[in-house]
Design a binder for this molecule. Structure first.
Ligand code: BYC
Length: 372
């Protein structure tokens, strides 16, 4: 069975093999499964039950002030917070939101490039693209497991994705129209992801930062693969160059949106920076991306579709045209060009992958675990 299909199938609802393995306890030679399979996470090997979390649902100002002060002092000292440590509920809620969205972005993000696996221009490119897409799905596995450590089940996360309740990255709601789109995604979208992830991998929540560290290693291969593809097209025939420029033109705005709304419109940045979940603001990361990649784009003789883009010599900051933030809000709220199609594919995978998950379920497990 192709590995990618196996990985995608394992992502669906119902206890996955990995999760189930984490649940096994040996009692008198009998394997028992916890009544609440979702609360055991394979990544970090921690069990957190929502009912054991005494401050579940509490607002920050309702938290025990001493515990809150100690928690914030630990963050200031640069300590890592682990699943069993006390944390304000709002920190937990924010992390679940962010890590879950990140995990969804990885599996949905596999789709635009994934459609080109069967149409890759040659076998070498096909193999490389297949490996990359498979990596992205693997990242989702790590991230769902990290989010599970906080007390939300993988099943609930997948449900929220399929129902449209959870968000995922704006950028994957655009179509990959030509082969050059895969080159731009692998180079520039992965570049943006690396900037975000390497920055936040210095963050405060242990399971998330450990997942990010590993993801960044793999992303750096993607970046090299993407750059190689871009250079090949940029130095190819006039038609290949035109195809590449067209792809860059179409992906530029979504790329500017990728780092999140401007700081003034951001809802969560202040809190997340204070608690060292985000180590830089959205605008800071966008600036870093422009700093690193605009010169590289120009070096290849390509143009950026923004007539006013330049670096202010006095402030050292990039000045850019409004990338249409209204479009950003529309896309992340379900009204982008491909939102419906992306979710339809995930629902199809969920339905059609069920038999794989059932087949991998440990023998007799259905006696103790409800079927998905
Ligand atoms: N897309 O208060 P703000 C990959 C939402 S995949 C959609 O600034 P925050 C790859 C935000 O959720 C890796 N929604 O938010 C895979 C919030 O809405 P809610 C993708 C966005 O969290 C395959 C509202 O806007 N990377 O690399 O402080 C192939 C207000 O925003 C976006 C990650 O997921 C967006 N771009 O900061 C190739 C990184 N931006 O939740 C590549 C993890 C904002 O209140 N995420 N929103 O309803 C983060 O680091 C942060 O969530 C963000 C936003 C920096 C993106």
């Amino acid at each position: 069975m192709p590995k990618l299909f196996l990985r995608c199938s394992l992502l669906g609802k119902g206890p996955s093999l990995g999760v189930a393995r984490g649940l096994k306890r040996r009692t008198n030679d009998r394997l028992e499964l916890s009544e609440k399979p979702y609360i055991c996470a394979m990544y970090g090997n921690h069990v957190v039950r929502p009912e054991d979390i005494e401050n579940w649902g509490r607002k920050v100002h309702e938290e025990d002030p001493e515990k809150l002060a100690e928690f914030e002092a630990r963050i200031d000292r640069g300590e890592k917070i682990e699943p069993h440590d006390w944390m304000p509920f709002e920190y937990r809620r924010q992390l679940i939101r962010l890590i879950e969205q990140h995990a969804h972005s990885e599996i949905i993000g596999a789709l635009p490039e994934g459609t080109w696996i069967t149409r890759a221009p040659n076998f070498r490119r096909k193999l490389a693209l297949m490996a990359k897409v498979q990596d992205e799905v693997g990242h989702a596995q790590l991230l769902y497991s990290a989010a599970e450590t906080l007390g939300k089940s993988r099943e609930a996360m997948i449900n929220d994705l399929l129902s449209g309740k959870s968000k995922y990255s704006n950028i994957f709601n655009y179509p990959a129209k030509t082969w050059a789109d895969t080159a731009i995604i692998a180079w520039l979208v992965d570049a943006g992801a690396i900037i975000n992830q390497t920055t936040n991998s210095k963050g405060s929540y242990g399971p998330y930062v450990r997942a990010l560290e590993r993801i960044c290693w793999e992303e750096s291969f993607h970046l090299k693969y993407g750059y190689d593809s871009v250079v090949y097209l940029a130095t190819g025939t006039p038609r290949q160059r035109a195809m590449l420029q067209d792809a860059l033109n179409r992906w530029w705005r979504p790329l500017m949106h990728f780092f999140g709304p401007p700081d003034q419109q951001s809802l969560h940045t202040e809190k997340l920076v204070r608690w060292k979940v985000k180590l830089a603001t959205n605008d800071e990361m966008r600036q870093q991306f422009l700093d690193m990649y605009v010169p590289k784009i120009w070096e290849l003789g390509l143009t950026v579709p923004d007539p006013i883009l330049h670096k202010d010599p006095e402030t050292g900051r990039w000045i850019y045209a409004d990338p249409n933030w209204e479009e950003f809000w529309q896309v992340i709220n379900g009204n982008g060009p491909c939102n419906k199609e992306r979710l339809a594919v995930r629902r199809f995978a969920e339905e059609n992958g069920r038999w794989v998950r059932d087949a991998l379920r440990p023998q007799n497990a259905h006696y103790v675990t409800p079927l998905a």
